[in-house]
Design a protein around this ligand. Structure first.
Ligand SMILES: *Cc1c(COP(=O)(O)O)cnc(C)c1O
Length: 388
């Protein structure tokens, strides 16, 4: 793992703290999850749920996950054998890759990509095969998508897995049924397993519908889907996630995960089982609030002179820095806290082909309105100075 240094998120957060800047780098909300969920955790800890839960997770949560998946997407899962609780989606992704990817196997994935994918592919001694998402269209209607021919060309006889993150961090793209159908066809034709990272499944805007990859024809038997409580309920510190899929794939995850973390926090699992059933209204309200926050920050960034894409989901938006006369996102992100009092993350770190993302910076909008307004004010002042 010699090539993996400190993550850019840690560096930017430290810079933000040193300069007292507003941190729109790392994607975590600055408000709490639903009160009943927080009270539920305290309740179960008080009730003595403080020893190892079963490795696969508390059956209460596995059942609630299966019911939720059925209610929202019509997907049938046996909670006993097809749902497995992990320490966040991160551990689910790690166990999925480590259990299914052998040394030399190739993993196709879309860049920009979430940083943990590269780390666990390296741990598995697999080989990354990135397919670049690029904006189609321009201005606020630009939406990042892939060229189907580039996807097909990335698959070789060594391809074992494709990682598909929808809604997608950092571009905010929610893959359409047509795009998912192309991915599914590539998987079926080449006997490739899919790992679907759907941690933002609830956080979609403007009436956009999230469609699970596992719902595509022929995909249920070859897809491991990962989701998590952190983003849905604004409890990113809880690190409670779930892996869903056909029995053989879930059993593979279990084999690895028993030696990674063995089990996840039991009291939190019980609290989340209730919240999945009872707090869908809270989740919808949160989603609508996030949509407004996206618009608030996008307007500020646009006025400051950035060219902003319009994410259909997640916590993030991508901003092109070239209209401001800059060309290197890493240089700008390192300077931004001192120049403007706002910290962001250079998108380059999400790319294997760094040139593809050099001109982009990622901002998180999952912050209180007054924080976003102040960030927008600071960035506008910077834009006026840059352009004036
Ligand atoms: C936040 C995030 C995760 C990690 O989820 P945890 O439950 O906190 O481990 C995984 N994938 C993506 C795309 C994320 O943004």
């Amino acid at each position: 793992m010699g090539g993996f240094g400190e993550t850019i998120f840690a560096e930017m957060t430290r810079l933000a703290n040193e300069t007292d800047a507003i941190n729109l780098g790392q994607g975590f909300p600055d408000t709490d999850g639903p009160p009943s969920l927080l009270a539920g955790a305290a309740h179960w800890i008080g009730q003595g749920v403080n020893q190892y839960p079963p490795g696969p997770g508390r059956i209460e949560l596995r059942t609630a996950v299966a019911e939720d998946r059925k209610a929202r997407y019509g997907i049938d899962l046996d909670p006993e054998t097809e749902v497995y609780i992990t320490v966040g989606a991160t551990a689910g992704i790690a166990a999925g890759v480590l259990s299914l990817v052998e040394p030399g196997d190739e993993v196709v994935l879309f860049e920009p990509m979430y940083d943990s994918y590269s780390g666990v592919i390296a741990l598995a001694q697999g080989v990354r095969r990135p397919v670049t998402l690029r904006p189609s269209g321009s201005g606020p209607n630009a939406r990042f998508t892939f060229d189907p021919d580039e996807l097909r060309a990335a698959v070789t006889p060594r391809t074992r897995m494709i990682i598909v993150n929808t809604p997608h961090n950092p571009t905010g793209t929610v893959f359409t049924p047509d795009e998912l159908a192309i991915i599914a066809e590539v998987c079926r034709d080449n006997d490739v397993i899919a790992l679907a990272d759907e941690v933002y499944e609830h956080l979609v805007f403007d009436g956009t519908v999230h469609v699970p990859l596992a719902a595509q024809p022929g995909m249920a038997e070859r897809t491991l889907t990962v989701s998590s409580a952190g983003k849905t309920f604004s409890v990113t510190a809880w690190k409670t996630g779930w892996v869903m899929g056909p029995r053989p794939l879930v059993r593979a995850v279990q084999t690895v995960n028993q030696f990674l973390t063995f089990s996840a926090n039991g009291a939190l699992q019980l609290a989340l089982a209730d919240a999945l059933r009872d707090e869908q209204g809270w989740v919808r309200t949160q989603r609508d609030a996030l949509q407004d926050k996206r618009d608030r920050l996008a307007a500020g960034l646009t006025e400051a002179g950035f060219q902003v894409s319009n994410p259909q989901g997640t916590y993030f938006l991508m901003a092109d820095i070239r209209p401001l006369g800059h060309s290197d996102g890493v240089d700008l992100a390192r300077a931004l806290p001192r120049l403007t009092g706002v910290a962001a993350v250079p998108a380059q770190v999400f790319y294997a082909n760094e040139d593809e993302g050099r001109h982009l910076v990622r901002f998180a909008f999952c912050k209180r309105d007054e924080i976003l307004d102040e960030a927008a004010r600071r960035l506008r002042a910077f834009g006026d100075r840059s352009q004036g």
